[in-house]
Write a protein that binds this ligand. Structure first.
Ligand SMILES: C[S@@+](CC[C@H](N)C(=O)[O-])C[C@H]1O[C@@H](n2cnc3c(N)ncnc32)[C@H](O)[C@@H]1O
Length: 189
């Protein structure tokens, strides 16, 4: 396998892409919404694919949730309020997140073969990997909400993020990963 895979680093918003050959499959996972001009990239993928080749676009409408609605005890619903604040930030800074990629793929010349939503709900109790995932996700979230969150919520968030605190999110036994991914499968004619 190792000798059949190699990586290429490229800015997909740039006009010139490196030579990628004529792949039968292109898979874009949670990346298209980051592009400044995704329509341009979709057309480039279309023209790069071999005739009959498949393009899978995996996208998310939002970030995963980890805490129960009743948490933390002194500021219940904190995580949802963080996401509401973050959604405003992302609407301004990452405007293609949550887009409907079906019409965009058709405009780029693809035939849409299918669209499926995958719901993820993984019980995290006693799983340190989920505690670590929750910690890194909420740390990133803090960066986009620190300026807009009420002071009491920000203080509660900081207690969750403080790994030395007894309130640290990594010490909770009631975490779960709840999220959704949508996959569009599109074919070049
Ligand atoms: C949310 S991460 C997804 C990472 C991984 N594909 C996954 O599914 O876990 C978004 C990715 O988009 C890439 N990205 C953002 N803008 C890009 C650009 N202009 N050209 C190429 N890649 C870009 C980032 O480098 C990052 O790896």
């Amino acid at each position: 396998m190792q000798e059949r895979v190699h990586t290429v680093q490229a800015d997909l918003d740039a006009d010139g892409w490196p030579d990628l050959g004529t792949p039968d499959l292109v898979w874009a996972s949670a990346s298209m919404h980051h592009l400044a001009n995704p329509d341009h990239a979709l057309r480039k993928v279309h023209d790069t694919l071999a005739p009959g080749g498949l393009f899978a676009v995996v996208e998310l409408s939002g970030f995963p949730r980890f805490l129960p609605e009743t948490a933390p005890q002194d500021r219940p619903g904190l995580e949802e309020r963080c996401h509401t604040a973050s959604d405003h930030y992302h609407a301004e800074h990452v405007s293609h997140r949550g887009a409907d990629w079906g019409p965009k793929l058709i405009d780029a010349g693809f035939t849409l073969e299918g669209e499926r939503v995958f719901t993820v709900n993984i019980d995290g109790s006693g799983n340190p990997a989920i505690g670590a995932y929750a910690l890194s996700s909420l740390r990133r979230l803090r960066g986009s909400v620190a300026d807009t969150l009420p002071a009491e919520d920000l203080a509660a968030l900081d207690r969750l993020l403080d790994t030395d605190s007894p309130h640290s999110i990594t010490r909770r036994d009631d975490l779960a990963v709840r999220t959704e991914r949508t996959v569009w499968a599109a074919r070049r004619g």
